[in-house]
Ligand binder design. Structure first.
Ligand code: NDP
Length: 310
């Protein structure tokens, strides 16, 4: 049996309907049903209640409903001996590429400035100083999503550099790797895009020290996770004029607090963690493939590595 446990009864039903068609031999139940814990072999989940996964004695695999797994691993009781799979599928990369391309163009073409002027019915002629061809986008986190974003930015005329733990060979992006190449990467990034996973090493990585190393007039896009960003440091860098803008999709905590200075900041655009939420039908296809591979005894894709923390 596979149990889908996530916030939203209708959402869980949608998952169950798709999976029932795609994996007909497996009983699929929503987390709202009372099911004998010993019958559950697979859990597909988002923000599971603390202790729920540990209460399933015959659980064989956990699949995260999103690409990040921090919402599962922050439960001290999560069963770390079991395979934990991060969500994949073609649509996640496409949507993240669209979001990052939109965010870069929004910053380049002064979208926030015009939105503020429009709200005040103010006709004020300001023209962007640069074109995409003048700018380099630096992608922090050149994993599955980071690599998929590169050709979309290249198509718009941006130069792209990427930073990751290990060296990458991604067409159209110069690779920087490890802490020793971090500064060289940061100093090249006119737009810094964060697509890192949330780990102890990456918490607070976008801080005053990093921001000071960005070129004058740079901008920040955070679509990774909220804990990556030190909000007061970002606001200070925007207010000092060192940074020109920010597009933020993820926050700590979520939802973003009503009294956060980010909401009304004239240089900040806020989106509610929507950068890449693929349709259920696409993600269900990925989950069905994972279960097929697992049951055939073959390696499953997107496995979480506890040693790396992502
Ligand atoms: P991956 O695990 O495929 O990629 C992570 C990348 O980060 C890898 O390139 C990895 O390096 C790099 N990395 C990790 N830790 C470090 C470190 N300490 N120093 C340098 N580089 C590091 O993840 P995905 O691309 O699938 O997803 C990335 C993140 O995007 C997710 O974890 C999630 O937080 C976020 N996300 C946000 C969404 C949204 O809607 N806002 C939607 C989906 C995902 P290496 O390759 O060398 O291992």
């Amino acid at each position: 049996m596979l149990v889908v446990k996530a916030p939203g009864t209708r959402y869980m039903k949608q998952w169950c309907d798709h999976l029932s068609h795609l994996v007909p031999g497996l009983e699929i139940r929503p987390g709202t049903d009372e099911v004998p814990p010993e019958k559950v072999r697979y859990a597909l989940t988002w923000e599971p209640p603390s202790g729920w996964l540990a209460s399933l004695p015959n659980l064989e695999m956990v699949v995260s409903i999103g690409a990040g797994v921090d919402h599962i691993t922050r439960d001290p009781q999560w069963p770390r001996h079991l395979p934990l799979v991060r969500m994949g599928g073609a649509e996640i990369g496409q949507r993240m590429g669209e979001y990052v391309a939109w965010a870069c163009l929004h910053l380049l073409r002064l979208g926030r400035t015009y939105a503020v002027q429009q709200a005040e019915a103010r006709w004020n002629y300001v023209n962007p100083e640069f074109t995409a061809e003048d700018l380099t986008v630096g992608i922090m986190g050149m994993g599955t999503l980071g690599a998929q974003v590169v050709p979309m930015l290249g198509g718009l005329g941006y130069s792209v550099v990427g930073w990751s733990r290990s060296r990458k060979n991604v067409a159209g992006a110069e690779s920087f790797a490890g802490p020793e190449e971090f500064d060289a990467f940061i100093r090249r990034s006119n737009v810094l895009v964060c697509l890192l996973p949330s780990t102890p090493e990456t918490t607070g990585i976008i801080n005053a020290e990093l921001l000071a190393k960005l070129p004058e007039g740079a901008a920040v896009v955070n679509a990774g996770r909220g804990p990556h960003l030190v909000v007061p440091d970002l606001v200070a860098a925007l207010d000092s004029g060192h940074l020109s803008g920010a597009v933020l999709d993820v926050f700590e905590p979520e939802p973003l607090a009503a009294d956060s200075p980010l909401w009304a900041h004239p240089k900040v655009t806020v989106t509610p963690h929507v950068a890449s939420v693929a349709r259920v039908k696409d993600r269900a296809r990925f989950v069905a493939d994972v279960i097929t591979e697992f049951e055939a005894g073959r390696p499953v894709p997107n496995l979480y590595d506890p040693a790396r923390g992502y």
